[in-house]
Design a protein around this ligand. Structure first.
Ligand code: GLC
Ligand code: CA
Length: 515
């Protein structure tokens, strides 16, 4: 299953632009993150994922990399990043960087060489046709911008040309086979980038669009999976303590076939994760499970999750997230009381959980104009709210010079206030993370099983290892009786849950853990 530290890992995702500005230029930076490491550690998180912090023209917030081996000047230097690794490690915190293997910026020197008419070492580093006039058979491409005659394939935005890892099924002479020298050279170039940062002290990578490498891949993505297995073998051999988490959201392929240690359970319309927190884009209104009395049903989540969990649990970990930089913050629709129950659930599930910066205080989703290719994602990327002072403690720059505006509403949540309030979302989140660290049965490996999913009269009850947990997001009191409860006592609760003579009573909006 990979590195042992994952068993008790609780990750914290940092969008570096918006966490802490240390030099008053209005944008977050690495020294700012270093300054806040004690906060992360006191929250109980023992691992970080930092969104791309590499040199970039920032047409997609840094997911358009111009130099994989150079920290973007606005965040600091390579030396600052190495210092961040060291400072994090001193506190027992592992650090994952963001690896973007599927594409670069069109400003990357590899691409600039690749776009030249004269053949050179990088001509086949990207996916090109051999004629500018005829497109790319229904795939997204750009033509007419280069002296080289050819169309180049896009992996995402217009500024993100697809790197060439080859095609599983070669049907045109301009397509490279997966085992062609040029496709293998791309793969080695990415391994070289990984080694560069692993040697510098990072602990692994979150892998962007991990399923996107091989073109014309089959339904099982067997071409792309073969590349990741090869990369995983390199890591097992050279960096056995390093970890990889995939942006794939298909654990059977990502964990079983491709060999990732973890795979994110992302918010995809109507999937199991979506039904928990953000089921508001489906017809008929919001039936999110954690929205009080919204008519949600845990069975919708279980139908999607259980088969994925059963099939992949021997191979790796499904990663539940509170949110990420691409997803509307859960506080967009959920109250602090609802979020406490949602986080209680997320933080007691198997696999490795991720908290997105600011969700621990219930930061809101703001309605903002796009920044750096964020579009509707921009509202999830605003500055961290530390205290009730200028710019909420994020930066001393003039407010109109901030990377994004801070939430200026009167009741905007902030860390300083919530730290001294035992009932706050932050205090609850800290207790929940501590609970997970305290019981091996709540960590990555202990098995998950459903005890009761019929919620008409009873709460949803589940087991982790030898522990029994129950959640009741509705406003009605519910009861559960069962042999599972015999000899067990409450070790944690939200709301005034109680057990008497094998009967668990769960008031409205409550959560209970029995051991
Ligand atoms: C991933 C990232 C997203 C980015 C895209 C292209 O989905 O999470 O932010 O825009 O890949 O790299
Ligand atoms: Ca700064």
């Amino acid at each position: 299953m990979g590195p042992k530290w994952l068993k008790d890992a609780v990750f914290y995702e940092i969008y570096p632009q918006s966490f802490q500005d240390s030099n008053d230029d209005g944008i977050g930076d690495l020294q700012g993150i270093i300054r806040r490491l004690d906060y992360v550690s006191e929250l109980g998180c023992n691992a970080l994922w930092i969104n791309p912090c590499f040199d970039s023209p920032f047409m997609d917030a840094g997911y358009d990399v111009r130099d994989y081996k150079q920290v973007a000047p606005r965040y600091g230097t390579n030396g600052d990043l190495i210092q961040l690794f060291e400072e994090a490690h001193r506190r027992g915190i592992h650090v994952l960087l963001d690896l973007v293997p599927g594409h670069t910026s069109d400003q990357h020197p590899w691409f600039k060489e690749s776009a030249k008419a004269d053949p050179n070492e990088y001509s086949a580093r990207y996916v090109w046709t051999d004629e500018a006039l005829w497109g790319m058979e229904g795939r997204p491409y750009i033509a007419g911008m280069t002296e080289r005659s050819g169309a180049y394939m896009l992996n995402f935005f217009a500024s993100q040309p697809a790197l060439n890892y080859g095609w599983l099924h070669v049907t045109k002479h301009w397509m490279s086979a997966m085992d062609s020298p040029e496709a293998l050279a791309t793969r080695e170039a990415i391994k070289d980038v990984m080694r560069f940062w692993l040697d510098a002290g990072c602990d692994g990578f979150r892998v962007d669009m991990a399923d996107s490498l091989v073109k014309n891949d089959d339904e099982r993505k067997s071409g792309t999976a073969a590349i990741w297995r090869d990369i995983r073998a390199m890591m097992d051999d050279e960096y056995p303590n390093a970890a990889l988490v995939s942006e794939w959201s298909n654990p059977v392929l990502a964990l079983c076939d491709a060999g990732f240690h973890m795979d994110f359970y992302l918010d995809h319309q109507c999937n199991g994760y979506n039904t928990l927190l953000r089921d508001y884009e489906t017809e008929g209104g919001d039936h999110s499970y954690f929205r009080c009395d919204a008519g949600g049903d845990i069975k919708r989540f279980l139908q999607d999750y259980l088969p994925k969990y059963e099939q992949s649990r021997e191979s790796g970990y499904i990663s539940f997230i509170t949110c990420n930089h691409d997803t509307p913050r859960p506080a967009r629709t959920l109250s602090a009381a609802e979020l406490k129950l949602a986080y209680a659930f997320i933080l007691t599930m198997p696999g490795v959980p991720f908290i997105y910066y600011g969700d621990e205080i219930g930061m809101r989703y703001l309605d903002l104009r796009t920044k750096e290719g964020g579009y509707q994602r921009t509202g999830t990327r605003t500055p961290m709210q530390w205290e009730n002072s200028v710019n909420k403690g994020f930066s001393n720059a003039p407010s109109d010079q901030l990377y994004l505006p801070v939430d200026e509403s009167d009741d905007a949540p902030c860390v300083e206030e919530q730290l001294v309030d035992a009932d706050s979302l932050l205090s609850e989140t800290r207790r929940l993370v501590a609970l997970r660290h305290a019981y091996e049965d709540l960590q990555a490996d202990a098995p998950f099983a459903v005890v009761n999913d019929d919620e008409v009269e009873a709460p949803f009850v589940y087991r982790r290892g030898g522990m029994v947990l129950a959640v009741n997001p509705s406003s009605a009191e519910k009861r559960f009786e069962g042999d599972e409860l015999l000899g067990k006592e409450l070790v944690y609760q939200i709301g005034a849950a109680r057990v008497t003579d094998g009967c668990l009573t769960m008031p409205g909006q409550s959560f209970a853990v029995l051991a």
